[in-house]
Write a protein that binds this ligand. Structure first.
Ligand SMILES: Nc1ncnc2c1ncn2[C@@H]1O[C@H](COP(=O)(O)OP(=O)(O)OP(=O)(O)O)[C@@H](O)[C@H]1O
Length: 582
């Protein structure tokens, strides 16, 4: 991916105009020297005649007034055109960066969950927070580099007019300098690539530090080991690579800085002995070369930074390639009515790069108006089955039916809309997104009371007043959001694990039966064997396969405990004494 090509593709007109302005500004910049020389050397045939007598302009005596005016005009023009060029190209750069991020957001949102799980959070966050700003930084340098290049070309043109021998000599020196400068730059770039790669691991360790702070605080030995062999190992690796890369690149760029002086020295000490050159020409050449020192320094100093940007550009490009688009047809069929979900020989295997764990083949059925418990030992494949059921994972074999409809690329998107799931690694948003406003506050307040959260959280202007809650309370708030969604299939992955016994009972004896009574298909991944009787079917998993399916004689908890967790949309239950049934 070429940064300049990307810019040109995004905003060709503006990029062209800014290059034009940058180029013109560079030409004007390179015209300043002949202009000054022509004032200092009146009578030189190469330059126009200039006025000798001072002219009064606004009580100031000005020599060579016409030249002075041209000089000021050129300076002002440089100021305006350069600024415009920089501002325009920087704006394009900011747009490109923002579009990069947006493309990443879109790609993340439309990638299969399995691909995101295997890429890992650390890499995605680093791309968004480190690589994209580096790309912008590189883009911001482009106008300066461009202007300096044009100045350099203009100055070479001036040398050609002055003395063609000098021109060829300087050109040869620049070619040699540029080539000899490239070798260390390439080596330095390798170190930057290495540092960038190590940065992903460092990011992962930083996550470990922040998320694992509680464990680390309780164990000094563990903390020390984590610092020595994980966090600081990555930190040192990044530091080492960046230092070495910078040392090489800095040395090369200083060498580049002095390039103009090497050329000047070669001309005044060596060249003059081999070719005829007048003193006036020599002064002109030296002035031109001194003048060009700045632009050369800009080009050479900014190139290292550009190479850092290029590394980031490549990382983002690789990431784009690694995140596959999910196989979902752009036009989705409307969902048909369904009363059950059926698995027919459904199988799923984690990539060989992951655990290689395999689930299935599974033949299962989940009915609306029934509660299914999925039980089994740790690692038996319960959550994997859950993700197959909620259509987050696509089966690698077999077919998932919603009613009589086999899920395909053309329908998976619409059938997903019928599902609400709370996984153990759920994310709680501080607002209810995509829900109609009408009656929302009343409904949320009802559920807040029912879930005993009304003294902790308020719902105002579409947001929850706080998410600073206990684990169990946060999970209740996630349940509230799920209830508001009012879907047809509910999946709870160990939802009740961190609820107190009272609320656990509420969940199993009231919330689940309430959902069943409302005709939802309810699937619960659980270890709470005390409540197994409540289920219509219990699927026992072992090592990715169904060990057995039980259908306990259930107590109809809905009838036993009323409609405590009913949807306020269904009935007028606002006056019901909450938890009275307990
Ligand atoms: N993202 C993943 N990448 C690779 N392998 C995975 C991934 N997630 C789970 N696995 C593998 O699949 C197996 C089953 O995991 P799963 O989460 O389905 O088990 P579970 O029954 O829900 O366990 P638990 O009761 O501990 O939550 C695990 O042993 C693990 O080897």
């Amino acid at each position: 991916m070429n940064m300049f090509a990307e810019f040109s593709r995004k905003a060709p007109n503006r990029v062209f105009l800014s290059i034009l302005l940058g180029g013109v500004s560079g030409v004007c910049y390179s015209l300043l020297i002949p202009l000054i020389l022509s004032v200092l050397k009146p009578g030189d045939m190469r330059f126009d005649e200039i006025a000798q007598a001072p002219t009064r302009i606004a009580s100031l005596e000005v020599s060579n007034a016409p030249f002075a005016m041209v000089f000021i005009a050129v300076c002002l023009f440089i100021l305006v055109s350069r600024t415009l060029s920089q501002v325009m190209l920087t704006r394009v750069a900011i747009n490109v960066a923002s579009q990069f991020r947006e493309r990443l957001y879109q790609q993340i949102a439309s990638a299969p969950l399995s691909a995101l799980e295997s890429i890992g959070e650390a890499r995605l966050i680093t791309a968004l927070t480190t690589d994209v700003p580096r790309i912008v930084m590189g883009a911001r340098l482009l106008p300066d580099i461009l202007i300096s290049m044009v100045t350099l070309v203009g100055m070479l043109g001036f040398l050609l007019v002055l003395n063609s021998d000098v021109f060829w000599f300087v050109l040869g020196c620049i070619a040699f300098g540029a080539l000899s400068y490239q070798v260390p730059m390439m080596i330095g770039r390798r170190y930057f690539i290495g540092a960038r790669r190590s940065f992903d691991s460092l990011q992962g360790s930083i996550h470990g530090l922040i998320r694992g702070i509680k464990e680390l605080k309780l164990n000094d030995t563990k903390r020390q080991a984590f610092f020595d062999s994980v966090l600081m190992a990555h930190e040192n690796e990044v530091r080492r690579q960046e230092k070495t890369g910078n040392t090489i690149v800095r040395s090369a760029s200083n060498y580049g800085d002095l390039l103009s002086f090497f050329v000047i020295g070669s001309i005044i000490f060596i060249f003059v002995n081999y070719r005829v050159i007048s003193n006036q020409e020599l002064v002109g050449v030296v002035m031109a070369l001194l003048y060009v020192t700045g632009p050369v320094a800009v080009i050479l100093n900014f190139i290292p930074q550009l190479s850092i940007s290029r590394v980031s550009m490549q990382r983002v490009a690789t990431l784009f390639q690694e995140i596959p688009a999910e196989a979902i047809a752009p036009r989705q069929e409307p969902a048909r009515e369904w009363d059950h979900i059926r698995f027919e020989a459904v199988g799923y295997r984690y990539d060989a790069g992951g655990s290689g764990f395999h689930v299935g083949p599974l033949d299962l059925r989940f009915d609306k108006g029934e509660i299914t418990f999925i039980v089994g030992g740790n690692g038996s494949g319960k959550s994997t089955l859950g993700k197959l059921l909620t259509l987050h994972y696509r089966a690698h074999g077999g077919t998932v039916y919603f009613g009589d409809h086999a899920i395909t690329d053309e329908s998976i998107g619409t059938y997903r809309q019928a599902i609400s799931a709370i996984y153990s690694d759920y994310h709680l948003f501080d607002q209810l997104l995509g829900v109609a406003d009408e009656g929302l506050s009343t409904m949320v307040d009802h559920y807040l009371r029912a879930l005993q959260l009304d003294s902790k959280v308020q719902f105002r202007d579409g947001r929850f007043s706080t998410l600073a809650l206990s684990d169990g309370q946060r999970r209740r708030l996630a349940l509230l959001a799920s209830m508001i969604d009012d879907k047809q299939l509910y999946l709870f992955d160990e939802w009740a694990a961190d609820q107190d016994p009272t609320f656990k009972a509420v969940f199993y004896n009231q919330i689940l039966p309430g959902l069943r009574a409302r005709g939802k298909a309810v699937v619960v991944i659980t270890h709470d064997d005390r409540y197994f009787d409540l289920a219509d079917q219990v699927i026992v998993l072992g090592d990715g396969l169904v060990s057995r399916i039980e259908r306990p004689d259930r107590v109809d908890a809905t009838i036993a405990h009323g409609t405590w967790m009913s949807d306020p949309r269904d009935a007028d239950i606002f006056d019901e004494p909450v938890l009275e049934a307990l």
